[in-house]
Design a protein. Sequence first.
Length: 343
Amino acid sequence: MVNHYRSITTANKSFTTVINNIEIMKRILLSLTFILAGLQVSLAQVQIRRAMTLMGSQFEITLVDQDSIVANNHIDQAVAEIERIENLISEWRPHTQISEVNRNAGIKAVQVDREVFELTERALYFSKISEGAFDISIAALDKVWRFDGSMEHMPSEAEIQKSIAHVGYPYIELDSVHSTIFLKKPNMKIGFGSIGKGYAADRGRKLMQDLGVPAGMINASGDIASWGQQKDGKPWTIGVLNPFRSHKMIKVLRFNEHAVATSGSYEKYVEFDDVRYSHIIDPKTGYPATGVVSVTVYGPSAEFANGLSTSMMVLGVKKGKKLAKRFPEYRFIIISDNKRIYR
């Protein structure tokens, strides 16, 4: 019996030793991972930035890479990926799949690539969780609001109601089996101005990571996706502007792999009777969003952050905060038109 207990004790000691060794190996492997990650960045000799116009907007791609030739080649590949996406989803280019969907509104369903179908599916998800505050069919909106300085008076109620006659996400019908999109009402249109650039930033980041680029930032006209760290080892920094004091920052965000999107009325808006009307229109009413000057959302995905920030602009402070808190991996900064800041 004594020998039996001695055997058990010896076995327990051996088992404990094995577990301890495993824990030590885990720590060693974790340390090696950090060392290799740091080594990968340290081996990168350049940080290259290039600006260009894509998807009708200003893009800026910054890469940390081994040399300028390799970095510029990688930037070319990122640009090609973004142009590929634009040639799928642009409602302005007549040859795209989305243009084909729009041409067949009220006529027939159109088969699209799975990528286009799933992007549309995610857009409808935002429509549902925001109770229609987000709606890609707003592309059909008649332009009764103008934000180029030419508006002298408010449009009439009749003009506003007529402007949204062809808007309504419930009339977008998806068939997952056949990968088709059907716009049920004639003259409907869909467009991805709200999340398309965020999606392109996410895709550009993924491509660069797949190619082994250690660090970089894709800035799609304010929809930003980053990874790794700058050449000097510091995190990427993005300032959240104070729309009431343009030389001041509300917050400076510092991170490695992350994404940021901002929706705001501080650049495009009109004012009547001391009320600021944003260029972001409520798809249900046809009236511009009021009460909120800007919404910045940051988290893992630029596409998701963009959908969330656009929804929150339309919903306003109270409902916008309630929606955002459903997604704890995303943080937000709301600035109201009375200059209050909500986080």
